[in-house]
Design a protein around this ligand. Structure first.
Ligand SMILES: Nc1ncnc2c1ncn2[C@@H]1O[C@H](COP(=O)(O)OP(=O)(O)O)[C@@H](O)[C@H]1O
Ligand SMILES: [Mg+2]
Length: 317
């Protein structure tokens, strides 16, 4: 549905997007991750047809964005960064304005507006000026603008930025609800968001695409992937760490907390393999009473930092 090949965009001396290529298929929710200034918004503007690449090409539904930008915009709903709106308009007035621009008149326009108002739950604020709405409602108005023409492709630039946790949750639920029938590309620097809504995660840093895979692939690159947190009820902790280090598959063992008769440990796997089995066996063999055992999925934060700064450790492959 979206095919980006070797796009580059410069602003004077700054190369905002540097030879980026990727494609997105139907049914995918692609998370576009990266630190501030990485080139996320610039890339999205080019896909949405609001900026033209200096080099490279973008095809949407097989059509060249640069050659037929107006036709392509029919296929795309775009929520720009910060979701700019006309604050003096009422919600209804704004939706009527957007419907008009999209070429819908009369009953068709009313049908589209009713449908989007229902989908995004805007019924209670239809007659209110947009300036007087909460951030959460403003973002929903922004989203309704992007989906009014029922586009196949949604480009959402930081759709939850600046929202409180409940509002973030609502907007994510909306996005998930639309994901079955659309191609969605969203940018974020919130890693939990990628985990919550995306089927695929790309990371862009310094204008370049530096990683592309599922959120699970990224987690697998965390040194904490399949790490085991172990709680033991034990009065004499001496020798426990040494014993655990000798368990097959354990590359590292350390005590993370220790208090009257309780020991908490962190164990890292040698080759990504699950540790619960061999560690349980070792506990049993040594007569330790296990009070807690928790397998870590990994930390996107670690991986993100390692990939975008070259710091830290994305280790274990
Ligand atoms: N219109 C512009 N004029 C000059 N520089 C720009 C413009 N838009 C973006 N940039 C620069 O391009 C780089 C990428 O910006 P942007 O795509 O907004 O990054 P992101 O959305 O990942 O934070 C930044 O260095 C930014 O300052
Ligand atoms: Mg941006």
């Amino acid at each position: 549905m979206i095919e980006i090949s070797h796009i580059t965009k410069r602003f004077g001396p700054i190369t905002a997007v540097d030879d980026v290529s990727f494609s997105v298929n139907r049914g995918e929710v692609l998370g576009f991750l990266g630190p501030n200034g990485a080139g996320k918004s610039t890339t999205m503007k080019m896909v949405a047809g609001f900026l033209t690449p200096d080099r490279g090409a973008i095809r949407v539904g097989g059509m060249d964005v640069a050659a037929i930008p107006v036709e392509v915009k029919r296929w795309i709903g775009y929520l720009p960064e910060g979701a700019p709106l006309y604050g003096e308009m009422t919600t209804r007035g704004f939706l009527q304005f957007v419907a008009g621009i999209r070429g819908f008149r009369g009953a068709e326009a009313r049908r589209r507006i009713d449908s989007v108002v229902e989908k995004v739950s805007l019924g209670s604020v239809l007659e209110m000026p947009i300036d007087t709405l909460s951030k959460g409602f403003k973002r929903r108005v922004g989203l309704s603008q992007a989906i009014l023409h029922d586009p196949q492709i949604l480009i959402l630039d930081e759709p939850t930025d600046g929202l409180d946790p409940n509002q973030k949750h609502e907007v994510r639920a909306l996005i998930r609800g639309m994901s079955a029938e659309k191609v969605i590309v969203l940018s974020t620097h919130i890693l939990e968001e990628v985990d919550a809504v995306c089927t695929r995660a790309t990371i862009i840093a310094g204008g370049r695409l530096v990683s592309d895979g599922t959120p699970e692939d990224l987690l697998r690159r965390s040194r904490m992937h399949n790490a085991l947190r172990l709680g033991l009820a034990i009065t004499d902790p001496s020798g426990v760490v040494e014993t655990l280090r000798a368990v097959p598959g354990v590359s590292h063992a350390e005590v993370t907390s220790q208090s009257d008769g309780r020991l908490e440990l962190l164990l890292l796997p040698a080759d990504d393999g699950p540790l619960a089995g061999p560690v349980s066996a070792a506990a049993h063999a040594n007569g330790w009473r296990v009070t807690a055992m928790h397998v870590e999925r990994g930390r996107l934060d670690d991986v993100f930092r390692a990939i975008t700064t070259g710091e830290g450790d994305a280790g274990n492959g």
